[in-house]
Design a protein around this ligand. Structure first.
Ligand code: LLP
Length: 437
C-alpha cells in the first residue's frame, strides 16, 4: 500500500496534489508520505507480534530527521552505521537503548561516541573490532565514563545466496561482511577473555531487496543451531538479529508481505529463545517516497526519443548504479502507471523514451526504453516512484548541483523538512589560499 494516488487526473500525495508541492518548492524534489511510512512499520510490527522483537529502522535507507522522528514517535529503534547517523538519532532524542551500530569499518571516534551514548549494542564484524571495542570501553571505564561492559552482537556470515543484485548481497562467503561460522565460534570462545565487552547477540544480515523467503530460512537455520551450541558453552546470547532486506515493489509484483517473512522467521526465533532484532530500511520507506521532476526538453536523435528531465543520477543513483527499475509516470494523468494496473503499449498514445538527466554522462538516466505518454512536453511534471529508500541519501553534488529538498506530507498538509541547498552553501566550505597560486 502507498498513499500516492490519482484523483481527477492528477497525482496526490495523501491529500495534497503533487503539482502544488512542485510549484511551491520547485523540482526536483523528494516527497514522502507519513501515512505510508507508518503503515509499513506497523505491518512489520504486527507480523512479528508473536515473538519479543525490536524493530531498528535502518537509518541508511532514508536518514531525513523528519522521517526518523516520525518512526521514533511510532516506537522504532534504529540501526546506524556511522557516527553521523548516530548523531542524527541523537538529535531527534531517540532512546539509545534501542540503537544498534553496524558496519565493517567503525572508527575509534565513532565507537567512543556510541559507547558514551550507551547504545543497546554493536554489531561486531571481526575479531580486530571486538578487541578495539574492548580497549576503548576499558579506557572509558578507567576514566569513570562507563560502568557496564559494552554489549555486542557478533555478525556471522552464513554463506547463503539471497538472490538479489550482487552489490547488495552481503551474506555470501566472498562478501566482506561478518565472519564465517567456524571463525565466529573461535571469536565467541575467546571473547570471554575481554573484560569490557559482552557478547549478547548474533547478527546475520544477508542482503537487501530480497523477494524470496528461503534465504532467510537457510541463514537462520544455521544461526539458530550456532546459538544453541554456544549457549551450551555458557555464552548468554539473548538477541538474534536477522538484519533487514525485505524487498518492495519496483517493476514486478514479486515483493512479499511482511507476514510471509514472519512465517519463516518467527518459528526459528521461538526455537532460539532469543529476542528478535530486525533492521528493515527499504520496506518501511521505499514505497513511501517519490521524486518529482520536470521535463526540460524532449528531443529525438538517431532512432531514440529522449525526455530530458531536471533530476539526474546525482539525485537518484539507483538506475545507473544497479540498473534499477523505477516506475516513472506523469503527475497529470488519467491512466494509472503500468505498475499500478495501467497498460501502456507502443501505439497511438505511447512512445518509447529514455528518461535522462542533465549530467554530462551517458550513465545519467532514470529509465531506458520506457513506454510513456506521447504527448509529454517541456514543463510537464513526472513522478519517479519507489524513491523513498536509497534515494536522497545517495545523492551527490556532481556537476555542482545542489541537494534537492525533501517534503513530508501528512494528510492535507505538507512540510519542507530539508530545504533545497543553495550554490552558495555548496561552495561555502571551499577556499583558495593565495599561496596556492
Ligand atoms: N542492516 C544491515 C546490516 C544492512 O547492511 C542493511 C542494508 C540493512 C540492514 C537495511 O537493508 P534493507 O532493509 O533496506 O534492505 N543502496 C542499495 C541498498 C544497500 C543496502 C545496504 N545495507 C540500493 O539502493 O538498493
Amino acid at each position: 500500500m502507498d498513499s500516492f494516488k490519482y484523483k481527477d487526473g492528477t497525482l496526490y500525495a495523501e491529500d495534497v496534489p503533487a503539482r502544488k508541492i512542485a510549484e511551491e518548492v520547485g523540482t526536483p524534489a523528494y516527497v514522502y508520505s507519513r501515512e505510508t511510512l507508518l503503515d509499513h512499520y506497523t505491518k512489520i510490527d504486527k507480523a512479528f507480534a508473536e515473538v519479543p522483537h525490536l524493530i531498528c529502522y535502518s537509518v541508511k535507507a532514508n536518514s531525513s530527521l523528519g522521517v526518523l522522528a516520525i518512526l521514533e514517535h511510532a516506537g522504532t529503534g534504529f540501526d546506524v552505521v556511522s557516527g553521523g547517523e548516530l548523531a542524527r538519532v541523537q538529535k531527534i532524542g531517540a532512546d539509545m537503548k534501542k540503537v544498534v551500530f553496524a558496519g565493517v569499518g567503525k572508527g575509534d571516534a565513532e565507537l567512543v561516541q556510541a559507547l558514551r551514548a550507551g547504545i543497546l549494542m554493536f554489531n561486531v564484524e571481526s575479531e580486530a573490532e571486538l578487541e578495539n571495542i574492548d580497549r576503548l570501553a576499558g579506557q572509558l571505564k578507567a576514566e569513570g565514563d562507563m560502568k557496564e561492559p559494552a554489549r555486542v552482537a557478533l555478525r556471522v556470515n552464513p554463506d547463503v545466496d539471497p538472490k538479489t543484485h550482487a552489490y547488495i548481497t552481503t551474506g555470501k562467503k566472498e562478501n566482506k561482511f561478518g565472519v564465517d561460522l567456524e571463525r565466529a565460534s573461535g571469536i565467541i570462545s575467546a571473547a570471554k577473555k575481554h573484560a569490557h565487552v559482552r557478547v549478547t547477540g548474533i547478527h546475520a544480515h544477508i542482503g537487501s531487496q530480497i523477494t524470496d523467503v528461503t534465504p532467510y530460512q537457510e541463514s537462520l537455520t544455521k544461526v539458530v543451531s550456532f546459538i544453541k551450541t554456544h549457549r551450551g558453552k555458557d555464552v548468554p546470547i539473548q538477541y538474534l538479529n536477522s538484519g533487514g532486506g525485505f524487498g518492495i515493489y519496483y517493476a514486478d509484483r514479486k515483493a512479499q508481505p511482511a507476514a510471509k517473512f514472519a512465517e519463516v522467521i518467527v518459528p526459528m526465533v521461538k526455537d532460539s529463545g532469543c529476542t528478535l532484532v530486525l533492521e528493515p530500511g527499504r520496506f518501511i520507506c521505499g514505497n513511501a517516497g517519490i521524486l518529482l521532476t520536470r521535463v526540460t526538453y524532449v528531443k529525438e536523435s538517431g532512432n531514440k526519443r529522449f525526455l530530458i528531465v531536471d533530476a539526474g543520477m546525482n539525485d537518484l543513483a539507483r538506475p545507473t548504479l544497479y540498473g534499477a527499475f523505477h516506475e516513472i509516470w506523469p503527475v497529470e494523468a488519467s491512466e494509472l502507471p503500468p505498475t499500478r494496473g495501467g497498460k501502456p503499449a507502443e501505439g497511438e498514445a505511447y512512445a518509447v523514451s529514455d528518461v535522462v538527466g542533465p549530467i554530462c554522462e551517458s550513465g545519467d538516466f532514470l529509465a531506458k526504453d520506457r513506454a510513456l505518454p506521447k504527448g509529454l512536453a517541456r514543463g510537464d511534471l513526472l513522478a519517479v516512484y519507489s524513491a523513498g529508500a536509497y534515494g536522497f541519501v545517495m545523492a551527490g553534488n556532481y556537476n555542482t548541483r545542489p541537494f534537492v529538498p525533501e517534503v513530508i506530507v501528512k494528510g492535507g498538509a505538507h512540510y519542507v523538512v530539508n530545504r533545497r541547498q543553495t550554490v552558495e552553501e555548496l561552495l561555502a566550505r571551499e577556499s583558495v589560499p593565495q599561496d596556492l597560486l
